[in-house]
Write a protein that binds this ligand. Structure first.
Ligand code: DGP
Length: 110
């Protein structure tokens, strides 16, 4: 069965898509934790970072993050987060990186 994020990628569920290429799609988070909060998702259904094959979409996710950050005008900085597994609060089992910015981000995260 298709994941929630695959349904967004396939336009079966609406989302504000801000970037896409052959390998990844990025859209605004439904529950933003910062003025800019974008999810970068590989088209390939991989359950999480732990399941990403060694020659997977790592570089493509990072390159998309750089491009989107520039597109969003995040010249002051930004953060990229991947929640892996229950201890990190991963709630959607389709690998995604959170791109957060547009405000000062505190450290460490909770
Ligand atoms: P995580 O906790 O790392 O698995 O993050 C999942 C994120 O997905 C969470 O920040 C909220 C977001 N999200 C959940 N459902 C939807 C949806 O239907 N549309 C959008 N745009 N984002 C969603």
């Amino acid at each position: 069965m298709a994941t929630l994020f695959t349904k967004i990628i396939n336009r079966e569920i609406p989302a504000e898509i801000v970037y896409e290429d052959e390998h990844v799609v990025a859209f605004r988070d439904i529950d933003p934790k910062a003025p800019v909060h974008i999810l970068i998702v590989p088209r390939q259904e991989v359950s999480g970072l732990a399941a990403l094959p060694e020659l997977g979409d790592h570089t493509r996710i990072l390159n998309a993050a750089k491009t989107i950050a520039e597109q969003e005008g995040l010249s002051g900085g930004y953060r990229l987060v991947i929640n892996q597994g229950p201890d990190a609060g991963q709630s959607v089992d389709h690998l995604h990186a959170h791109l957060l910015g547009g405000r000062t981000l505190t450290w460490p995260p909770g």
